[in-house]
Write a protein that binds this ligand. Structure first.
Ligand SMILES: Cc1cc2nc3c(=O)[nH]c(=O)nc-3n(C[C@H](O)[C@H](O)[C@H](O)COP(=O)(O)OP(=O)(O)OC[C@H]3O[C@@H](n4cnc5c(N)ncnc54)[C@H](O)[C@@H]3O)c2cc1C
Length: 442
């Protein structure tokens, strides 16, 4: 098989790259290892007919490419409902804002934020968040910070350096932006599900997407690249690899990649994250209380959001991360559901235990993407800081949210990186044509 450009991965970045190339009249073939397109984006339909996302879902404030693409693909956005701050709960207790735990955690977060806004101290590169948290006074304050950093980053806190966390805060414009719903990174949702965007991109006329085609080896030579998959080889003038670096480590390169590239693959890992959506006939909690946004400090710790689409049915979104997300893998679905919804009973009532539908996914068990939300830097290294490098290696180009200059780690970043890689490849092909070099893959 031949293509002018082979794109490895049919996540948002790969599908956008292929579409941009098509629009420039350049033939692109997308090779996807999973049995569906979308990568870290995945929409499902509930028993009540609503659409929901098990992967990336929120449109953050300023995510203008995501907003534009959602409109172009005929989907509709709706805003998250306030409040700005969730309730911190443990057992039946709602921890008051003025409690020592919340005040201490707030002071610690403020100190992080201030340090992060300047360059974080180098000594923080090998100091883990976990080790640092041990010095925070008060068990409840420590637990609050543990759940908060864990759900925000999906990192194992003993594998996440203070430096990496500070850099993430700085890069993402502050903790408040990272954590907030209205006006922050969780500002809006797509009625039809964000995963509908990748489904529609893959089904566009002219899109060439081969699912179940895992790329195992890429050979580079003077004329282009040859990609091996279990179902045969693809010859192309250029390739764009959109696979996150720790997962891309599974692809063999001939000749080997430069040392800086292999260091990036070796020194990063994917976060662990479990996501569930409970679907109810109606958002009954809205009759009881102002909101249903929680940070649950019991084990497993979780973040809970009301993601109900306009007109219902009720959707409660639950996120657990790090080792506590992996703990859930040992239970069956019913036990997981009890473990995650049980802590909400004192706050939302017993009705919360009986959703009409329960959708869940442990992303760290997904062999194709390896986890989420994004790749993280191992302690003592800085290779995995955003944006991750994307300098081409011969005919090989790099995309994926991790490489985005703006909003890396998010869907917005995936779109930006796909557009950038397509532009880069188009320019490289036209330079080659102008120089009289062959760009015909055959
Ligand atoms: C639970 C969860 C919640 C999230 N929430 C949000 C959110 O609310 N808002 C937001 O903006 N972002 C969110 N994100 C992040 C967002 O989903 C990602 O940033 C984005 O989808 C990444 O797209 P991508 O194309 O860069 O990578 P991916 O989606 O990872 O695409 C890479 C593709 O490569 C494929 N692949 C891997 N290896 C091979 C191979 N060898 N050969 C061929 N194909 C291969 C994979 O199967 C995958 O399809 C979330 C992520 C998760 C997991």
């Amino acid at each position: 098989m031949t293509a002018t450009v082979a794109v490895v991965g049919a996540g948002m970045s790969g599908l956008v790259a292929a579409r941009e190339l098509r629009r420039r009249g350049i033939d692109a073939l997308v090779l996807e290892s999973a049995d569906r397109p979308g990568g870290r984006m995945m929409a499902e339909t509930s028993v009540l007919g609503s659409r929901l996302d098990l992967g990336g879902q929120w449109v953050g404030r300023g995510h203008r490419r995501f907003e534009a693409l959602a409109a172009e693909l005929g989907t509709e956005l709706f805003p998250m409902r306030p409040p700005v701050r969730p309730d911190f709960v443990e057992g039946a207790r709602r921890i008051p804002t003025a409690s020592p735990a919340v005040l201490t955690a707030g002071a610690v977060l403020l100190a992080w934020e201030v340090r992060a806004r300047r360059a974080a101290p180098r000594a923080w590169a090998s100091r883990t968040v976990d080790a640092w948290l041990r010095n925070v006074p008060g068990r409840r304050a420590r637990r609050l910070l543990e759940v908060l950093v864990s759900v925000t980053s999906t990192a194992d806190l003993d594998r996440y350096s203070m430096h990496a966390f500070a850099e993430a805060i700085r890069y993402q414009g502050g903790l408040a932006t990272m954590m907030a719903t209205s006006g922050g990174a969780q500002d809006k949702l797509v009625v039809e599900g964000a995963g509908t965007l990748t489904e529609r991109l893959a089904a566009e006329p002219g899109a060439r997407v081969l699912i179940g085609h895992r790329v195992t080896r890429i050979r580079r030579d003077g004329g282009g690249v040859t990609l091996d998959t279990a179902s045969g080889t693809v010859r192309a003038a250029r390739a764009i690899v959109t696979v996150p670096p720790p997962v891309a480590a599974g692809i063999v390169h001939d000749p080997p990649l430069p040392a800086s590239r292999t260091a990036l693959e070796r020194n990063t890992y994917m976060g662990s994250v479990y996501k569930a959506i409970a679907v109810y006939e109606r958002p009954f909690w809205r009759e009881l209380r102002e909101h249903a946004e929680f940070m649950v400090l019991d084990r497993p710790g979780s973040a809970v959001f009301d993601t109900t689409p306009p007109g219902g049915p009720g959707h409660l979104c639950v996120l657990a991360a790090g080792p506590e997300a992996r703990e859930l893998d040992r239970s069956d679905t019913a036990a997981r559901r009890r473990a995650l919804l049980g802590p909400l009973v004192p706050h939302l009532g017993p009705e919360v235990l009986a959703p009409a539908g329960w959708h869940e996914k442990a992303w760290h068990l997904d062999e194709h993407v390896g986890g989420g939300y994004a790749a993280l830097a191992s302690p003592g290294t800085t290779d995995g800081y955003f944006p991750m490098p994307s300098r081409p290696v011969g005919a090989l180009h790099w995309a994926g949210t991790e490489t985005a200059r703006e909003h890396a780690g998010y869907i917005e970043g995936a779109i930006e990186s796909g557009e950038r890689a397509a532009r880069e490849v188009a320019e490289s092909l036209s330079r080659a044509t102008a120089a009289g070099a062959a760009t015909d893959p055959a």
